[in-house]
Design a protein around this ligand. Structure first.
Ligand code: SF4
Ligand code: SF4
Length: 119
């Protein structure tokens, strides 16, 4: 099992979850360089401490992830396979997720704006 961060975090990323995670597995810890942040499934110990801290209810245990946000499990996992320090790699990662339809509607618009302005 794992916990995942989904669409409501896009453009919010207030880092409340980062502050309570006992194993520091939510990245980037300063929220910089990405439009939302991610949980490393290999490091997460499934303690659930982050879930109630999120002001926009963006964090879900695997079995509770709403079906329309299933793609966020992939997004969280994929993020830890790229060179996260490389803006070009992050840009390619986000564009791939847009193409895959994992960001849609208002979230997609925010991600596109982030890519244009920040990467
Ligand atoms: S607490 Fe929620 S909105 Fe804030 S960074 Fe974590 S997942 Fe994103
Ligand atoms: S469930 Fe626990 S270990 Fe996993 S990301 Fe949340 S606070 Fe960190």
């Amino acid at each position: 099992m794992a916990y995942w961060i989904a669409e409501p975090c896009v453009d919010v990323k207030d880092l409340a979850c980062v502050e309570v995670c006992p194993v520091d597995c939510i990245h980037p810890t300063d929220g910089a360089g990405v439009p939302l942040i991610f949980i490393d499934p290999d490091e997460c110990i499934d303690c659930g401490a982050c879930e109630p801290e999120c002001p926009v209810e963006a964090i879900f245990a695997e079995e509770d992830l709403p079906e329309e946000w299933n793609g966020y499990a992939e997004i969280n996992t994929e993020f830890f396979k790229i060179d996260r320090e490389d803006p070009a790699a992050v840009k390619t990662f986000l564009e791939k997720m847009l193409t895959a339809g994992n960001f849609e509607g208002e979230a997609a618009d925010k991600v596109k704006k982030f890519i244009e302005e920040e990467l």
